[in-house]
Every structure is written in C-alpha cells, then in structure tokens.
Design a protein around this ligand. Sequence first.
Ligand code: ATP
Length: 438
Amino acid sequence: MPLEPDHDLLDKVINLAKRRGFIFPSAEIYGGFRSTYDYGPLGVNMLRNVKQAWWRSMVQLRDDVVGLDAAILGPPAVWAASGHLATFTDPLVDCRRCKERWREDKIDGVCPNCGGTEFTEARAFNLMFKTQAGPVEGEGATAYLRPETAQGMFTNFMSVLTTTRRRPPFGIAQVGKSFRNEITPQNFVFRTREFEQMEMEFFVPPADADSWYRYWIQHRYEWYLDLGIPADRLRRHEHAKEDLSHYSRGTTDIEFLYPWGWDELEGIANRGDYDLTQHANASGVALEYFDQQAGVRYTPYVIEPAAGATRAMMAFLLAAYEEDEVEGESRTVLRLDWRLSPYQVAVLPLSKKAELEGVSREVLAVLQPWFMCDYDVTQSIGRRYRRQDEVGTPYCVTVDFDSLSDRAVTVRDRDTTAQVRVAIDDLVGELRGRMSPQ
Ligand code: ATP
C-alpha cells in the first residue's frame, strides 16, 4: 500500500530541531528573519556529516571526480552567459483581493491567503540577489550572489582540465552556499533563500551522455537508500520532453515523500553542451577537449546531479523520526544512520559522584579521536538515554562503579536498546567494528 503523507510529522521535526539545537530560526531575538535558519550545535554536526557523506561518495571513492570551491560573488557576465539574468525568473501574480504576492505556478489559481481567484497579469521576477562590489555604486560594480554552484565548475573547466590532466569522462564536484530570492520560501528548510548545495558536473563525450545520465540517476538514488531513506519514500520522476528547461536533454528528479506529499530532493540533468558553449561564446575562450588519440576536438556534454545539502538533511530527519515504546514507556527516536548522527557516541557516567569522573573522562578521551562524542552527567540514566535516542546517537557508553574495578563499561544500542559489557581497552575496536565505512 502506498504511504500517505504524515501531516503532524513536519511540526514534530521542526519542534525537535529547535528544542534540541539542530535548526533555529535565524535572528530570533529580533523576531526572526524571513525563512532564514541557523544550524545549532547538533545541526552543524549533522549537516557536515551529510556533506561529508556526499563528498566521500562523489569524490573520495572515485578516481574520475575532483573537487572545487569557487567564489560565491560573481560578475554579471557569468550570469548573462549562463542564462540566469534572462531566464532565472518565477512568474509572479498579486491577488486582487488581499494584495498578497504569489508564484503563479504554485497556487492553482486560488490565493492561499484569502481564497481569492482574481490575479494581476504574471510578471517575471529574477531570483538572483544583486549586490555591489567595492565602494562605488554603478553598473560596473554590480555583482550577484550565485543561485547555484554549477557555474563555478564551467568557468573553471579548462583550469581543472589542465591542472589535473583529466580527460572526459570526468567530473568536478562542489559543496557550498547558494542564494535565491524565493518568493514563497516554505516548509521549513525545504525552500529557503540561503541554502547549501552539493553539485557535480560530469563532462563526457557526447555519444556517451545518455548512458552516463542513467548511471548518475541510479548512483544518486542509491546514495539516499544507503543512508537510510526507505525505498517506499523515494522515487525517480523523469520529466516529460515538453517540460524540460531550455538547456536540458533529459531531467530526472529524485523525489521524497515529504509530509505534504512527493516533492524534489535532487535533480539529475543531461545539459548537453549548453553551458560550455555559452561560456565559450561569451568569454571568447575555447572550452573544449582535444582527444589526441582520436584526433578530434569537441565540447563535452554535461551530466549534472544537483542536490541540496540542507534539503537532504531535512529529508534524513523526517525519514529517521519515530515514536516507539521501550519497557512500557514511549520514546522519540531518530533512527539516523551513524554516518549522519550529530554524535556517534555519548559517554554517560552513572552518577555525578567524583569517583566516576576520572574514569569517565578517560573513556571520553579514548573515544574522541575516533568519534564525535557527547558527555552528559545530568539527570537519571534513563532520561539521558532518551535524550540521546531523540537526537539519534547510535551508542551510549555508561560508566558505573564496577568500571572502577573491572575496567569495563556498558555499551547500549539505540535501536535495539541491547546492552553489552566491553573492556575499556577494547572499546574503540568494538565501536569501530559497529561503525565502519563500507
Ligand atoms: P525548485 O523547482 O524546487 O525551486 P529547482 O528545480 O530550481 O528547485 P535546482 O536548481 O535543480 O532546483 O537545484 C538543485 C537542488 O538544490 C534542488 O533539488 C534542491 O535540493 C536544492 N535547492 C534548490 N533551491 C533550493 C532552496 N530555495 N532551498 C533549499 N534547497 C534548494
């Protein structure tokens, strides 16, 4: 049976995220700042883990993809060539009754505010944030905040090609902030004006573009499954030819079942030679590859898997959230993959008594080089287990009075709540055995 969207889930996750320090509304002491968010002590760990898991899969484990970290500020020429200045727009309408402004394609002809059905003509609104570089205002000083990371990979194509001596097929990957002046930011961090992306441009001989396009759809789909999103909440949706963007020869979205229904998690597109050709024409610099063996010069096609780091983090939180019962008591548990959890291990001295502190700190020091650890001495041990379950910590290590004589501790598993006694000397080995990358 297909799953139904769970409407309470979003509120529960937003609440947990705020209460436990994952995601705070930005500038809250000033009343907040329209749909911007800050990642708190737990959120920053988790977001780093999401980006790290992507980097590992896309760069570290491959010999055909290299990394890049390009500037966020860019001159208008880049965005003119990419097409963003002319076409990166949303159609906007104003409700004639309540005067609210909406994205025409998102409201199905009915004002979500007042139910009105009369609107002004749609007008194009450019989504890029415009600013000025340097102290003098004027056309020459105009700069834009990037609305996607991808253009950095195209403008650096030749530099990367020559400095790394790559040949197609090869890719350039980047993780970083992007900015879009979204008209209707919504659904927590699903759509925000400032967000983080994880994108990779994979340059291929044109004849191989379709098979690489299929390859990357499958590869990216499996990444989410591998990190714990259940298969029944994930699907691939191929865009019909008539719905494709002007540059695209094929686009498939990986969609997740959010609490409001199926929606985009990531897009994989076959962009053809659009981007390199545009930048070559506009800059006057040839952006081609000369295949010496075949004696041919060509403009590679680009396959682009474009994901959102902040949006993916939200999906991982939603998918991991569960309420169950342990020993007759209800608990909230985030069944996060250990690679994504803010903390992998929590060290919990059974009591605050001074005798336990020395050995507890010793255990913490042994674990910290290997794992992100929390250390918590307040309240009953049961309460502390629940607190760790709620933020997805896969293992708790409890130090008790016996530890002083037997030099062992109790390791508790978040998912099964099973406990085993482990010698302190074997602890790192035991936990690394349970948490080792494949
Ligand atoms: P949408 O149609 O939802 O506005 P898009 O198709 O324009 O998104 P892309 O340009 O393909 O999105 O961006 C790639 C990925 O970047 C998206 O799949 C999403 O994960 C992320 N992303 C895009 N816009 C935002 C945003 N405003 N907030 C958070 N993440 C975003």
